[in-house]
Design a protein around this ligand. Structure first.
Ligand code: NAP
Length: 256
């Protein structure tokens, strides 16, 4: 993409697709990328939330794309819609994800398939659709996958989530290997314990909440804003030689 030596984090004029941009970490990353200069193609299932207003408040454009990533079928249409809206794409953030909790002895096939389909299968096929566009544009691109602490650890009662997020780490490496020669950087962010809808049940459980907080060196849950710097770094020319890395943003959780 060419290094801007004055501000290597400047994303002025870039176009970023962010899945699950209506809420939580996806909203935080969409707003951070807009603040750094990106126009945003926000992919939401039902409602875009207040993300369009927050993006437009920083002077950037927002294209509202509706898609259900429970299947990879919309992948091609999402990229086509982005190119139609803004003429090109530069960044894909694969953020949409779900979790199901149950004992491994009782875990159902539906809870396995639903999680794997959104967290891993659609992530792969949307990455493929974006990379085909990057190759066509001949200017490289940036893919940022959202991994998890359970890309590194086993977890408990979340069999399909652990399988999917461990898969995200491996796939991030594989895609980096295949696409680095095209100038495409594929990396991942592994958030620690972040205060979003995804973790509401954990935070509502006083005992689990206390156990988790007690183990985080930073002594607080993370927030969507904590991903702002990491996502801008991985979307920008500052990370042009970073390939296949999964960056933990976890208040020190993995260092314990
Ligand atoms: P969240 O608030 O539950 O947001 C999840 C997002 O994914 C929502 O925008 C949701 O859309 C979207 N999504 C889910 N299923 C979808 C589908 N079938 N089609 C399209 N969009 C779909 O959770 P979050 O914490 O921000 O999670 C964002 C990502 O971070 C996920 O990949 C999650 O696994 C990961 N993560 C979170 C934490 C944490 O502590 N919070 C830690 C590590 C990793 P709807 O609003 O329509 O459901």
């Amino acid at each position: 993409m060419g290094l801007n030596t004055v501000n290597p984090f400047d994303l002025t004029g870039r176009v970023a697709i962010v899945t699950g941009s209506n809420t939580g970490l996806g909203a935080g990353m969409a707003v951070a990328l807009a603040a750094a200069g990106c126009d945003i193609v926000g992919v939401s299932r039902t409602d875009a939330g207040d993300t369009p207003a927050r993006v437009e408040a920083s002077g950037r454009r927002f294209a509202d794309v509706r898609a259900d990533l429970g299947s990879p079928a919309p992948a091609g249409d999402i990229v086509r819609a982005a190119v139609e809206a803004f003429g090109r794409i530069d960044v894909l953030v694969n953020n949409a994800g779900i979790i199901r909790r149950d004992n491994a002895l009782d875990f159902t096939e539906a809870d396995w398939d639903d999680v794997m389909d959104v967290n891993l299968k659609s992530l792969f096929f949307l990455s493929q659709a974006a990379a085909r566009q990057f190759v066509k544009q001949q200017g490289g691109g940036k893919i940022i996958n959202v991994a998890s602490m359970l890309s590194f650890q086993g977890g408990i009662r979340v069999a399909s989530y652990t399988a999917s997020k461990s898969g995200v780490l491996g796939l991030t490496r594989l895609l980096a290997n295949e696409w680095a020669a095209h100038g495409i950087n594929v990396n991942a962010i592994a958030p620690g314990y972040m205060a979003t809808a995804n973790t509401a049940a954990l935070r509502d459980d006083t005992r689990r909440n206390g156990e988790i907080l007690g183990r985080i060196p930073a002594a607080r849950w993370g927030t969507p804003d904590d991903l702002a710097g990491p996502v801008v770094f991985l979307a920008s020319s500052a990370s042009d030689y970073v390939h296949g890395h999964t960056l933990a943003v976890d208040g020190g959780w993995l260092a314990r």
